[in-house]
Design a protein around this ligand. Structure first.
Ligand code: CMP
Length: 141
């Protein structure tokens, strides 16, 4: 069954550094995602730790949060039927070594950590992540 969903995506510092922002946003539009809101910003180490709190016990947590707070990111609120799964399909596997041809990570990610893009993985995390970056009034109606 198809349901209209919202999801949060982050174009990560490595992709911003590679001037991949325009290309990635074009992919969102080509694949039928409606952009509800979008902004470029830099987050602090503390904010990165809060955003990725579910990974706090992982060996890569310190490195991941340094990376995510180490340069500008672009965050977008996207809407589409089955947006969460469809975005993850368009992104490709977390490890770019396993990402399929035509995916964003295949094209732009370098390693499992510097992997160009983040997308919410479920409805509850999408709600948390959208609220983390956007106030309700910032989303297009
Ligand atoms: P993301 O989709 O943003 O969700 C968590 C992030 O942690 C993931 O993308 C990667 O950037 C990073 N990550 C996941 N697994 C590993 C790993 N084994 N080593 C380093 N970083 C990882």
């Amino acid at each position: 069954m198809k349901t209209l969903q919202r999801t949060l995506t982050i174009i990560k510092p490595d992709a911003v550094r590679k001037n991949a922002v325009g290309d990635i946003i074009e992919q969102f539009e080509k694949h039928g995602f409606r952009i509800l809101s979008m902004k470029m910003l830099e987050i602090s180490k503390h904010q990165a730790e809060q955003f990725y709190a579910v990974h706090a016990s992982k060996s890569f947590f310190n490195s991941l949060t340094n990376f995510m707070s180490g340069g500008p990111i672009v965050v977008l609120a996207l809407e589409k039927e089955n947006a969460i799964a469809d975005l993850r399909k368009l992104m490709g596997a977390t490890n770019p070594a396993n990402a399929e041809e035509g995916t964003i990570r295949k094209k732009w990610a370098s390693t499992i950590e510097f992997n160009a893009i983040h997308g919410s993985d479920a409805e509850d995390t999408a709600r948390f992540e959208l609220g983390f970056f956007f106030a309700g009034f910032e989303l297009a109606k």
